[in-house]
Design a protein around this ligand. Structure first.
Ligand SMILES: Cc1cc2nc3c(=O)[nH]c(=O)nc-3n(C[C@H](O)[C@H](O)[C@H](O)COP(=O)(O)O)c2cc1C
Length: 402
């Protein structure tokens, strides 16, 4: 972010106490930061701290004649290479979605031609309220990029989505967004993620331990790299990145159908989902009962379609989509992955060793090898988002050289 001018808007949420740390992250990355606060922000963070870390007087008033004479609100809007609002309150999002310009920050957001990026922070109920979700959709369709929010324990004692991303995560995401070569700009990337769920009867199912974390991190990384992302996901507890078009599915069959619909204009298909290899041949229409005694129950299983292999084959005639598979192996990891890439007709395969207890399924950390016809690249150990950024870059390079 060397030499980038960032207007950092801070609004009145508890997470504003992290704003000085965020300013430090941005300035350490070489950015020039002008802080603009809302009226609410002043209750949570002091101007003196913000001025000290940014090296510039804080702007908070549209009607400050002296400040306006030095650099007016329109000049500030023009000066910005990027306008970042962190934390962004529900109130700010509502005003920005409505195009309201009641204070200096909302006026800059409307007046700027620079990309606008928000890091929302609020109580989980406020975040999930239909009004906030409507505003979020409006902002995204207006071209605003939304980072997070994360899910977890909140300052108000509740648990759920609404926590602001950590300052270092915001700074890293911003660095990727402002990077001159956004590896997947204007590309459509379709990603499958999470487990599939195969019914045994109306209340029981066969599934697996996939958390969806790797697929969701990849969706986030591809959005940061400039892609439009369709995320086709089995049931998971992680929150989809804002800006992804989330298509929720359950069984392998429904995932295949959603993928077939999404892939028609896709530049890249990435199969991260842990698709069940088998499903119950004929799920019971009513809940299965015990029959007592020592009786056994035998489930008859049939093979599910291999989603990525099916798609890679049916579109191979005039192949314009790049196919990237993920393989989870427990033994002879690289050998199996190399064979799988060829057998399924994939351009690239990313393999991880799920036999290790410290990485992979459910973990935030992963170690992978990326294999294509040009060779093999080892990545990690690193958190799944950083690994995904590397993978997105490799995919972008491969697309560029195709
Ligand atoms: C102690 C306290 C904490 C608050 N935390 C948040 C918050 O995290 N997110 C949010 O959207 N609103 C929060 N609010 C409500 C906002 O401060 C309020 O909506 C205010 O009008 C926001 O104004 P602004 O967006 O102009 O800063 C909080 C209010 C109080 C009193």
């Amino acid at each position: 972010m060397n030499g980038k001018n960032i207007v950092l808007g801070i609004t009145g949420g508890i997470a504003a106490y992290k704003a000085p740390a965020l300013v430090r992250e941005l300035t350490a990355a070489g950015a020039d930061v002008q802080v603009v606060t809302s009226r609410g922000a002043g209750h949570f963070v002091g101007k003196a701290a913000l001025q000290a870390v940014s090296g510039r007087p804080v702007r908070d008033d549209l009607w400050d004649e002296a400040a306006e004479a030095a650099m007016g609100h329109i000049e500030l809007a023009r000066w910005a290479d990027i306008v970042l609002v962190a934390p962004a309150t529900a109130n700010f999002m509502a005003n920005a979605a409505a195009g309201s310009t009641g204070d200096l920050l909302t006026t800059i957001v409307l007046a700027t031609e620079a990309p606008v990026v928000l890091a929302p922070a609020m109580n989980q109920q406020m975040w999930q309220h239909p009004a906030t979700q409507r505003n979020l959709e409006t902002l995204i369709s207006d071209g605003v990029t939304v980072l997070g929010p994360a899910s977890g324990e909140q300052a108000c004692g509740e648990n759920g989505p609404g926590r602001m991303l950590q300052p270092e995560e915001i700074a890293q995401a911003l660095a990727n967004l402002t990077s001159a070569d956004r590896a997947l700009a204007n590309r459509h990337v379709v990603i499958t993620a999470g487990p599939t769920v195969e019914a045994i009867d109306p209340v029981r199912f066969l599934s697996n331990h996939s958390s969806g974390k790797q697929g969701y991190a990849l969706a986030q990384a591809c959005i940061e790299a400039g892609a439009r992302v369709t995320l086709i996901s089995g049931p998971v507890t992680v929150t989809a990145p804002s800006g992804a078009n989330l298509v929720s599915v359950t069984s392998a069959q429904s995932m295949l159908e959603a993928a077939q619909r999404a892939i028609t204009d896709a530049d890249v298909f990435i199969g991260v989902a842990a698709v069940a290899d088998y499903r119950v041949d004929t799920p019971a229409s009513q809940k299965l009962k015990r029959s007592g005694g020592d009786s056994t129950l035998t489930l008859s299983l049939v093979e599910n379609p291999d989603i990525i292999a099916t798609l890679a084959k049916t579109t191979s005639a005039e192949r314009t989509t790049l196919f990237v598979g993920f393989a989870a192996e427990t033994n002879d990891v690289l050998k199996h992955a190399r064979e799988k890439r060829i057998r399924k007709g994939l351009d690239m395969i990313v393999v991880n060793d799920v036999g290790r207890s410290d990485i992979g399924f459910g973990s935030d950390i992963n170690v992978v090898t990326v294999i294509d016809d040009a060779g093999e690249v080892n990545l990690g150990p690193d958190d799944k988002l950083n690994l995904s950024r590397e993978i997105a870059r490799l995919i972008g390079t491969k697309l560029g050289s195709a």
